[in-house]
Ligand binder design. Structure first.
Ligand SMILES: [Zn+2]
Length: 198
């Protein structure tokens, strides 16, 4: 029996102590099937050691191997699927938590005694297209509405006029692009100018 590791390609894993080498292809017996002389390898082993031959090539051995392989493949598939599912669930959970923590702020801003604007902030956290929402407000109230950056550099919608109550109603109704925003996550605030004698 050729038993030097020198004959085996360097890429093969370090063989365990009791590895048996094939005299035909010089690989460990387990690797005969990957060589190009399997038929000859089998013939040789059958003559050399019938017990070993049966261990590797008997009907039963092949069946067992097939079963093992498919079971392994199945287990791997199940693991992968479970991983993917857990990942998706975690992602959905994180998205939900983010949504729950997100707030839409409707702010009534007093520009002067007679003029108000209403800013709406935070809609994007609920997947609302701000431009579409601004357009919807402009059409609904027949007034100006635009997406602008606030002092913190965040996008918000500014609507001309005091329409905070109406916007809250629209969110409650889930009108147009405002669908799906939980009312609990909406706060109304007021930004008043200093009282200058009313
Ligand atoms: Zn061989």
């Amino acid at each position: 029996m050729a038993s030097t590791t020198e004959d085996a390609p360097a890429t093969l894993p370090t063989p365990p102590v009791q590895v048996l080498y094939c005299e035909v292809c010089s690989f460990p017996l387990e690797y005969c099937e990957f060589g190009s002389s399997l038929t000859k390898c089998k013939e040789w082993l059958q003559e050399e050691d019938i017990d070993l031959f049966n261990r590797y090539y008997s009907e039963e051995a092949l069946q067992t191997k097939l079963g093992t392989l498919s079971l392994e493949a199945q287990t791997k598939l199940e693991k992968d699927t479970a991983k993917k599912e857990a990942k998706a669930a975690a992602k959905a959970d994180a998205a939900l938590k983010k949504k729950m923590a997100s707030q839409v702020t409707i702010k009534r801003i007093e520009r002067n005694k007679r003029k108000h604007v209403t800013s709406v902030h935070g809609l994007e956290a609920f997947g609302v297209d701000l431009k579409k929402a601004a357009k919807q407000f402009a059409q609904k109230f027949a007034t100006g509405a635009s997406v602008t950056k606030n002092n913190q550099g965040q996008d918000e919608i500014v609507v001309q006029g005091d329409v905070s109550g109406e916007i809250l109603e629209m969110i409650e109704e889930g009108a147009g692009v405002l669908k799906g925003i939980p009312v609990d996550n909406v706060v109304e605030v007021e930004d008043k100018k200093k009282k200058g004698g009313d």
